[in-house]
Design a protein around this ligand. Structure first.
Ligand SMILES: [Zn+2]
Length: 455
């Protein structure tokens, strides 16, 4: 392993070209159409002698998988990334067309550059490098680029892991993908890299209220109407104050972050936590609460509402939806209990509840050897670096792997590019002018290469 490797102009050029090609294949989800991108990667792997599998979970929803066989009894490693991207949005807001993959000012621009075709390429280049060296790992090193992460992974890993004929192909002891890797603006010489070790569960739910339908000119009692009952439900939900629940994961976050110890203590004590967040917000001039409270609270958020077709017709039904994100360890029964408490028995029972997704949160403890491997590796490529384990308030494909009992961490290390703020970088993945610096592309490649060489 040497640095020249990653500064080698032809290797760098190949990485840039590969990412440009992938960005130019439009895999906006919906509908996804990941097969074209999967075929591109398959061609590249096959031209280097790999046996690959391209598996479609549905027409156009391609997943590509291959492996470097290990020689003995070491644990296996899966490098995985998703091929789909979120819609580019308003094209006028882009300085560069979102599917151009243009190289400008040291950055490769386009939808997916960060989330996560850049990482897909970093993993691929590291994987190819290892193969070209003729390296024989102890355990298998598996590479996969999959579909549908942006819509829940149900045509990607969520599907593959639930097909008995495909499970073994994507199964690994240790799994690494996106979800963490950004640097906090603290720590000075010891950059604090976030690593995602846990994800909140998702319990999306539709619900309906009912009342007599009729003509608007001769209305009955307002409180019996479906719309007014819905208002009552929403009023009560909006007044719900979820308790602060400080789990071990949050304590671990606080314990590893570069903070004065008094701040750490205030932040992890139930009584002082809210005050500490308020104070930090004053100091940093940002709404830190919006970032921190989801890590210590079960959140129920109304997001959809539908009723009525005509101004003069009273609808007999009103439909709403809640986005429910619960901490690891909580499930649908907890949601039902909370809803009953918040709404009261009578109103709760008058509402029709329809669960859409029941996906409990997951957690990989930092005590597994895999965590230490990642820590060692990041310190090799960035001396002095620290890892800060975090719970992700959203969810990624890693959830599917954790639910099958595998060790999974979200970590694609990215440094803050010169002239950019952490906020700007954080907003790019689903925003406008998404781009990755060539430096970060090579930094992540080097990280994955060093990590895989531990196998
Ligand atoms: Zn992503």
């Amino acid at each position: 392993m040497s640095d020249e490797y990653f500064d080698d102009p032809s290797f760098k050029k190949e990485a840039i070209q590969t990412l440009q090609d992938l960005i130019r294949i439009d895999t906006t989800n919906p509908p996804g159409n990941e097969t074209k991108a999967a075929e591109y990667i398959q061609d590249k792997l096959q031209s280097e002698g790999f046996d690959t599998e391209l598996i479609e979970s549905a027409p156009g929803r391609g997943n590509v998988i291959t492996r470097i066989k290990g020689s003995g009894n070491g644990p296996s490693l899966l490098l995985i990334g998703h091929l789909d991207v979120v819609p580019a949005g308003d094209l006028d807001k882009w300085d560069v067309p979102p599917f151009s993959g243009e190289l400008r000012d040291g950055f490769i621009w386009g939808r997916g550059a960060l989330d996560m075709k850049g990482s897909v390429v970093a993993e691929l280049m590291a994987f190819l490098r290892i193969h070209r060296e003729g390296y024989r790992p102890k355990g298998d090193i598996i590479y996969a680029a999959t579909a549908d992460e942006e819509a829940g992974g149900h045509f990607g890993p969520g599907w593959l892991l639930n097909q008995p004929e495909h499970f073994e192909k994507i199964k690994a002891d240790n799994v690494i993908s996106e979800g963490g890797g950004s640097v906090l603006p603290i720590g000075g010489k010891n950059p604090n890299f976030l690593i995602q070790i846990a994800e909140k569960g998702i319990f999306w739910t539709k619900f309906r209220t009912f009342g007599p339908a009729g003509h608007g000119s001769i209305p009955g009692k307002p409180k019996e109407m479906a719309i007014i009952k819905m208002k009552e439900v929403l009023d009560k939900l909006s007044k719900y104050k979820p308790p602060i629940i400080i789990q071990d994961i949050f304590r671990e976050t606080a314990a590893n972050i570069s903070l004065p110890s008094i701040a750490r203590k205030l932040l992890t004590t139930k009584l002082t936590m809210k005050g500490a967040v308020w104070l930090a917000g004053k100091i940093f001039g940002e709404d830190i609460g919006q970032l921190i409270f989801p890590l210590v609270q079960n959140k129920i958020t109304p997001t959809m509402l539908k009723a009525g077709e005509k101004v003069n017709a009273i609808p007999g039904e009103c439909e709403g939806a809640i986005d429910v994100r619960f901490l690891p360890g909580y499930d649908r029964n907890d949601l039902n209990r909370i809803l009953r408490e918040v709404l009261g028995k009578k109103l709760y029972e008058a509402v029709e509840w329809e669960p859409i997704i029941d996906q409990p949160g997951g957690y990989t403890p930092t005590s597994v050897p895999f965590y230490n491997q990642i820590k060692e590796t990041i310190q090799e490529v960035e001396p002095g670096a620290k890892l800060v384990p975090i719970l992700s308030p959203g969810s990624t494909d890693l959830l599917h792997f954790r639910n099958k009992g595998m060790n999974a961490f979200g970590f694609v290390p990215m440094k803050i590019d010169e002239g950019m703020t952490i906020r700007e970088m954080g907003e790019m993945p689903h925003g406008y002018n998404e781009r990755i610096s060539v430096d970060n592309l090579m930094f992540a490649t080097k990280f994955f290469y060093n990590l895989a060489k531990k196998y």
